[in-house]
Design a protein around this ligand. Sequence first.
Ligand SMILES: Nc1ncnc2c1ncn2[C@@H]1O[C@H](COP(=O)(O)OP(=O)(O)OP(=O)(O)O)[C@@H](O)[C@H]1O
Length: 239
Amino acid sequence: MIHIDNLSKAYNTVKVLDIEQLEIPQGESFGLVGNNGAGKTTLFRLILDLIKADKGQVLSKNIAVHADSQWKNYTGSFLDEGFLIDFLKPEEYFKFIADINGVTKEELQAFYNDFADFFGDEILNKNKYVRDFSKGNQKKIGIFGAIISQPEVLILDEPFANLDPSSQIRLKMLLKDLHQKKNLTMLISSHDLNHIAEVSERIVILEKGEVVKDLLTSDDTLGELEGYFNPEAAVKAES
Ligand SMILES: Nc1ncnc2c1ncn2[C@@H]1O[C@H](COP(=O)(O)OP(=O)(O)OP(=O)(O)O)[C@@H](O)[C@H]1O
């Protein structure tokens, strides 16, 4: 579905991403982890053609994303607040996205019902502009905006960050449900190893822009990730 081919990106001559080959098949829930500055957002930005690669390309359904914008018809994403429209109210923003994607009023209402618990009483009918919501609630608005178009591919950068614990749990359930029912291809980055292990079938660890581990999720994955990011604690636990 998504194929990374010999992709590299540098800023001021410092290489921040360098991936030879990476294939994300259709329907896979793909988790991306790595320390601050590892290159996770850069990879997502390249996949979404928001920045230009120095070398290589990203193919979506075998077509280079920088050469043809077909992928936009089936890809939903939320990386940061830059994806939002500050001067709209959430309902206006959602309707705008629904309209450009041909989503009916009824379909949008059905989505509101699915997301009622996730939104709580915080998002809808608040008569407030997107810019005036808290960081966590802006994140909820962005995630919902990415899903409204009923995409085949969903890309979310740190979706659990800034959410309260109940919302994190609800989001996990929503993502797992979407993945199972709609055979969604999901690319999600996170610093929360528990959450990412729970929602991903496969987890890739990036370090200094390179893939250093590529794991199929199993009962051992969380321990393996914790061991990778905190090797001293893992050794202590064993002794
Ligand atoms: N526009 C830019 N100009 C210069 N350097 C940049 C730019 N964008 C990203 N970088 C650098 O590229 C590297 C990778 O950044 P990136 O945001 O992809 O990391 P990340 O894994 O998403 O980090 P985090 O977990 O902190 O969000 C970092 O060293 C960052 O400073």
